[in-house]
Write a protein that binds this ligand. Structure first.
Ligand SMILES: [Zn+2]
Length: 256
């Protein structure tokens, strides 16, 4: 089994907006890609009831992950209700144990809405305690404690800004120009979301927004398109920058 990377976000399509280019580059270098979301995106429609839109979006997320030969998982929480409690912690830990990733991508702790903020905390906590044998979970008992704390990277908050509208400091930039077309194809798998915006705004805002953000980030480092991250380097987490090492030349870390 090859080494694995896990993007664990709140909703289907968050990984595509925030880190799919970096996942594609890691996939090119032989890493298995796993994408998980806390919810199935059951709040993502103004016309369909939650169960129906959730079913559609699970299929979309699976098709997107498949473009990187990747696997998709859902922790089964509900949109707008992602909170930190025993059940959500256990589900998150079990998914991290199932994948046993070397690198994890999560939402920025100061991202724009509760589901993203709580996902960030849940994923950080799961990375920390998934290795503890006495951290008992009961949903998938087959998921065994892992033997390491993975490298943890926070993606850019949506639009790159914090709660006050100020630019959030990011330090790791990945040039995704060579895989931009693939990132776009992954995002286009989320047809239900794209069509909604297309219908209401009359332009392909879903795709345009992603391209615009990737261009904005790219401009900072002289790349056509880029994604950016900040590494979690708190107590016990690995502190060297594996992303810069693996994506030799395409990823750089800049001083704040
Ligand atoms: Zn989201």
């Amino acid at each position: 089994m090859g080494e694995r990377v896990l993007a664990f976000m709140a909703h289907p399509d968050d990984a595509e907006f925030l880190c799919a280019g970096t996942l594609a580059l890691l996939h090119e270098r032989g890493y298995e890609v796993h994408i998980a979301t806390m919810t199935a995106g059951d709040g993502g429609s103004t016309e369909l009831p939650p169960e129906e839109i959730a079913r559609i979006r699970l299929g979309e997320a699976e098709r997107s992950a498949a473009l990187l030969n990747g696997k998709y998982y859902c922790a089964g929480l509900k949109d707008f209700l992602v909170t930190v409690n025993d059940t959500s912690i256990k589900r998150t830990v079990e998914l991290v144990r199932q994948v046993d990733p070397i690198i994890v991508f999560a939402h920025h702790p100061g991202d724009y809405m509760l589901d993203h903020e709580m996902s960030s905390i849940l994923v950080r906590h799961a990375c920390f305690c998934a290795g503890a044998p006495n951290m008992k979970t009961d949903l998938f008992p087959s998921a065994k404690p892992i033997g390491r704390i993975p490298y943890l990277y926070y993606c850019m908050p949506i639009e790159g800004i914090d709660h006050f509208g100020n630019e959030a400091p990011m330090s790791i930039f990945v040039n995704i120009t060579s895989v931009m077309e693939l990132k776009e194809r992954m995002l286009k798998c989320h047809e239900s979301q794209r069509q909604w915006l297309l219908k209401h705004h009359g332009i392909d805002e879903y795709i345009e927004r992603m391209r615009h953000w990737a261009m904005q980030v790219g401009r900072k480092v002289g790349a056509e398109f880029a994604e950016c991250f900040i590494q979690h380097r708190g107590h016990a987490f690995p502190k060297d920058n594996i992303l810069v090492k693996l994506l030799n030349g395409l990823a750089i870390e800049v001083q704040q």
